[in-house]
Design a protein. Structure first.
Length: 272
């Protein structure tokens, strides 16, 4: 009788453990698929730091002191090897639909557009759409690739403070290739770039590794506020991987697909 009772209790214990494990697994998977914030945070950081480089290049193309006409706001001042773009202390609605305030400061060595020149981009109380941008972006002009396209080595060590007070810390290296519009330097609306590289973002939930492969580069354009195509692989704590796909054909929209490995589960992501 005691032996039978022991087997019965052991069976109940095994069922309970199995049930708890299944519940924990289900909860964990549910938590994973609901947490897509790292994808939105990284995309936001990518576009904010890409945008300041575009603005810096536009400002460099103007002579003397004046307004950054292509954004309908932003006063440019230049002294030797320093360019400052000042959007004022209150939001200025620029012609690309983005609000900006504060200053972007570009310190450069060599002639701005020449190979081997470097640019260190910093900020003075600068905001885009009420996202505060801080830190440093360093850009080195590497000349032209075999297709005759200008390309740049880029490093970012920055901080983004979102309007709700949450903080994102991007640290990454990029190769940024100017694929379209480089022959029309005074026309910004036809500019398009491909971006590859790797690094990290730090969020309140921890560190996320970010990789953009050569085979699926990000395609960004100055006339689109979102990434148009390409793919990013995220590696989260514990080695979990996620792939964000913006699409294979460049299109200006705020939709992407996030795929969870190894399950292959996909969810739609609306980008900020």
């Amino acid at each position: 009788m005691k032996h039978t009772k022991f087997i019965y209790l052991a069976g109940l214990l095994a069922i309970a453990i199995s049930t708890m494990a299944a519940c924990n697994k289900t909860d964990k998977n549910a938590e994973d698929t609901n947490d897509t914030g790292y994808a939105s945070d990284q995309t936001l950081s990518e576009k904010l730091f890409d945008d300041v480089q575009v603005l810096s290049d536009l400002a460099a193309g103007y002579t003397g002191t004046g307004s950054l006409k292509t954004t309908a706001c932003g006063a440019i001042t230049k002294v030797p090897n320093v360019i400052t773009i000042d959007f004022g202390t209150t939001n200025c609605l620029c012609s690309d639909g983005r609000n900006r305030r504060g200053k972007i400061i570009i310190n450069y060595t060599g002639n701005y557009a020449d190979s081997n020149s470097t640019r260190n981009i910093t900020f003075d109380n600068y905001y885009q759409n009420d996202n505060k941008v801080e830190g440093t972006k360093t850009v080195t002009n590497m000349g032209r690739n075999s297709l005759g396209q200008p390309y740049f080595n880029v490093s970012v060590a920055g901080t983004i403070t979102k309007p709700d007070g949450t903080v994102i810390t991007p640290n990454w290296g990029r190769v940024r290739t100017w694929t379209s519009g480089y022959n029309t330097p005074t026309i910004w609306t036809d500019d398009e770039y491909k971006i590859i590289g790797s690094g990290t973002i730090i969020r309140s939930s921890g560190v996320v590794n970010v990789a953009i492969a050569d085979s699926l580069p990000l395609v960004v354009a100055t006339n689109c506020q979102w990434v148009k195509s390409g793919s990013i692989v995220y590696t989260l704590s514990g080695g979990r991987t996620r792939t964000l796909n913006y699409g294979n054909t460049p299109a200006c929209d705020n939709q992407a697909t996030l795929t969870f490995q190894p399950s292959g589960t996909t969810v739609a992501v609306t980008l900020p």
